[in-house]
Design a protein around this ligand. Structure first.
Ligand code: ATP
Ligand code: MG
Length: 394
């Protein structure tokens, strides 16, 4: 029975002073992910490695699945632990371990012994030879390959003896919290949760803003966005979700601006409001789920118009992806099923039949002047009346 996991993480960015920041952020995210699992765990660092020890009963599959949500982890090694014993008993324990965990027909192996404390009676070379021989004697189908073995059996002698040989892939990336914070424009669609996931994967903490337009958009549409934030929070950690009432601004645009420019003008105000909240909350950038050419508001000319209102960098990780590629990621991260629920979001209600695909910034700005007498007040009202929820994955 595996009672511990050795956590492998990439070495990039783990040098010098950064190492401790990286490891602490990783441990914090591991603890957050394990809160979703049955059982209790001790997450600790020992000799430059991170271990997750199970304290009593736990669900193996659930634990592995949740560790696979922690960015920065490249591999998860399930470990069997035994009390320190003499070389003869250790030899038998490793033979047993291999019998229980591996196919012993036509495979190659290598024993990799390490001693954290040098007072064990045999050194690592002697242990490799002793254990390797015992394995060869026991299993005729196994052969030694020291260069490229099928099973690398690690035997680590510490305050306990750790046996492991399997590496389950982690998600890679960097631990959340090591790379500042950004504000995600989160709609109920497929793309923006994926965009949040991808930026979070690089170690960026995420806050989010959702624009709703009651009564044109329903409570259920809002709940859908909260549910999506919950899914993303499995990976990104807790998300401060700002819910902004966009109805008045949307109605004003609808009344006073040409309908074919509605979406672009609306998107410009969304970006402006998101940026204002971002700056208040120390976010260093905005994130959207835009992808070139996906819809009229995402042509190069439209993106240029939307982008023009922003002074913070706007990160668009889906920008070069086809819809199917975005869908594949959303299925992998578990947001797809929620994203395709059929509730209206505020964009789909106020859409023009023939939206511009090549908006001119000059013309857009001229038409936005029609809002001059009311927009400042509405802008302030939208910010002041926002609701902020802390969304966690539990
Ligand atoms: P998604 O699948 O993410 O909803 P979409 O294909 O529906 O995207 P648009 O509606 O044009 O595309 O929106 C483009 C981006 O603008 C979204 O990915 C999202 O980042 C942001 N956005 C759109 N509507 C909203 C909203 N109501 N609240 C917050 N952000 C939004
Ligand atoms: Mg959308």
């Amino acid at each position: 029975m595996f009672s511990s996991f050795l956590i492998k993480y990439g070495e990039i960015g783990v040098k010098g002073k950064n190492r401790y920041l990286f490891e602490n952020a990783l441990m914090q995210q591991i603890k957050y992910a394990l809160k979703r699992c049955e059982g209790s765990f001790n997450v600790h660092k020992a000799e430059g490695r991170i271990y997750v020890d199970a304290l009593g009963d736990y669900d193996y599959d659930e634990t592995v699945a949740n560790l696979q949500c922690v960015f920065g982890i490249t591999g998860i090694c399930p470990v069997e632990m035994l009390d320190v014993c003499n070389p003869e008993s250790l030899k038998k324990a490793v033979v047993d371990y291999i019998g229980r965990n591996h196919d012993t027909k036509d495979h190659t192996f290598k024993i990799h012994a390490r001693r954290a404390h040098k007072n064990y009676p045999l050194d690592s070379m002697e242990l490799n030879a002793l254990i390797g021989e015992a394995v060869l004697d026991e299993y005729e189908g196994l052969k030694v390959d020291v260069h490229d073995p099928d099973y690398l059996i690690t035997v680590e002698i510490r305050e306990k003896i750790y046996l492991y040989s399997t590496v389950i892939a982690g998600p890679g990336g960097m631990p959340v919290g090591t790379n500042g914070k950004a504000m995600l424009l989160l709609s109920g669609g497929i793309d923006s949760p994926v965009a949040g996931y991808m930026i979070s994967k690089r170690g960026v903490k995420i806050d989010a803003v959702y624009f709703h337009a009651p009564p044109y958009t329903s409570e259920r549409a809002k709940q859908k966005v909260i549910d999506l934030a919950k899914q993303v929070a499995k990976y990104s950690g807790p998300i401060y979700l700002h819910i902004v009432n966009f109805t008045d601004i949307q109605l004003a645009i609808y009344e006073k601006c040409p309908h074919d420019e509605l979406t672009i003008i609306m998107r410009r105000y969304m970006m402006k409001i998101a940026e204002t909240i971002a700056k208040e909350t120390e976010c260093l950038g905005l994130i959207t789920g835009e992808s070139i050419g996906q819809v009229a508001s995402q042509t190069m000319a439209s993106l240029a118009c939307t982008n023009e209102v922003c002074t913070l960098p706007v990160f668009r990780p889906c920008i070069g992806m086809d819809k199917q590629e975005i869908v594949n990621i959303s299925e992998k991260i578990g947001t797809y099923e929620t994203s395709i629920l059929p509730f209206e979001d505020c964009c789909t209600i106020f859409v023009a039949k023939h939206p511009v695909t090549k908006p001119s910034l000059e013309v857009i700005k001229r038409h936005e002047k029609h809002l001059d007498d009311c927009i400042d007040e509405m802008f302030k009202e939208a910010l002041d009346t926002r609701e902020t929820l802390v969304v966690t994955s539990e």
